[in-house]
Design a protein around this ligand. Sequence first.
Ligand code: LLP
Length: 421
Amino acid sequence: MDHFLYRDGTLFAEDVSVAEIAAQVGSPFYVYSAATLTRHFQLFEEALNWADHTICFAMKSNSNQAILKLLGDLGAGMDVVSGGEYARAKAAGVAGEKIVFSGVGKTRAEMRRALEGGIRQFNVESEPEMEVLSEVATSMGTVAPITVRVNPDVDARTHEKISTGKKGDKFGIPISRATEVYARAAALPGLKVVGIDVHIGSQLTELEPFETAYLKVADLTRQLRAEGHEITRLDLGGGLGIPYARSNEAPPLPIEYGQLIQRTVGDLGCEIEIEPGRLISGNAGIMVAGVIYVKDGDGTNFLILDGAMNDLVRPAMYGAWHDIIPVIEAAPGVEKYPYDIVGPVCESGDTFAKGRPMPPLSPGDLVAFRSAGAYGAVMSSEYNTRPLIPEVLVQGDQFAVIRPRPTFDEIIARDTIPEWL
Ligand code: LLP
C-alpha cells in the first residue's frame, strides 16, 4: 500500500497536495511518503518477528539523509556498498554495529574507514578481498567480522542486469568452493567468520529462486558447522520485487517471504539479516514532471516533459515500466490517447514510455511516475547540465525539501579552470 492517492480529483502525497508542492518547488521533483517508508519497514519487522533479526536497508536504493534518519530511528541497519554510503549512514546517526558492507570491490581505504567507525560485518566476495581485509585489520590491531558471499548458481528470473546469483555473475564465490574458502578465512589473522551471505538479484517477483538459494545456504551452514566454523548469522540479501504495473502484477508479500525464510533456514538458530531496498523505498516515492509541449509527430503523439532520463534512468537503462498518472485525475469516461512520453534530453533513448494511453494533457499539466522512490534520485545525473531535481519528504500534512535543486552557478562552480589555460 502507498499513500499517493487522489482526493477530490487531485493527487495527494499523504495529506499534502502534489500540485501544491509543485507550486512551491517547481517541477520536476521527487516526493517520498514517510508513512509508506515506515509501513514497509514494519512489514519486514513483522515478517521476521519469529527470529533474532536485523533489517539492513539497502541504501543504494535511496540514500537521502532524511530517509536514512527516518529508517534508522525505526531501528533499521544499513547495507552499504561504498565508503560514501558508509559515511552517509554514519552521518544519519546509524551505529557502525548496524552496518553491513557489501560489494565486490572494497578498497583498503574503505575497509579502514569502516573498521575505525565500527562495522557489523563485511560481506566478503572473493579470496583476494579476504586477504587484503586480513592485512588491513591486522595492521590496525583489530579483527574484522566477516561473512563470505556465496553465489548459489540460481536463476533469479529477473532482468539480466540485476541478476546476481548465477554462475558467471561477478558476485560472491561459487558455492561449490565455499568450504575451501571458509577454511582459508579461518586460517587468516584479523578475520572472524560470523556467517554466510547470499544475494541473488533484485526485483524478484517469485519466491522460488529465493527458496532454492536459501536451501543451499542451509545445507552449507550445516556443512561448515560440521567443519568447526561458527555460523551464527545468515545474511539473505535483498531483492523482493514490487508491483510496477499495478494493474497486473502481484509479487509475493514480505510476510510470505518471512515464512519462506523460516521454512528454509529457520531451524538453524541463526540470527537473520536481510537487505531489502526497493520494497521499502520503491513505492514510497513518485517523480513529478510537468508537460512542456504536446507534439504531433508523424503518426505519434509526443508528450514532452521537463523530467528526463537523467532524472529517472530506469526506463532508458532497463526498459523498465513505471505507471504514469496525471496529477489532476481525468474525469470518468474521458477517452485516453496513446502518447510517447519523453524528456528533453538529446537522445532517442530519453523515452519513458511508448504508446502509453493517457487522458488529453496540455502544457503546464503535471504527471507522476509511480514507484520511483528506489533507484530514482540515487541514479540521477546532471547530463545535459540539467540540475539534480529536488527531493521532498511528506509526513502527514507537512512537507520539507530534503535535497534542494542546485543553481546553475553552483553546478558551474564545481568545475575549475587551470591557471595555465
Ligand atoms: N543487497 C545487495 C548485495 C544488492 O546488490 C542489492 C541490490 C540489494 C541488497 C537490494 O536489492 P533490492 O531489495 O533493492 O531489490 N538499479 C537497479 C537495481 C539494482 C540492484 C542492485 N543491488 C534498478 O533500478 O532496478
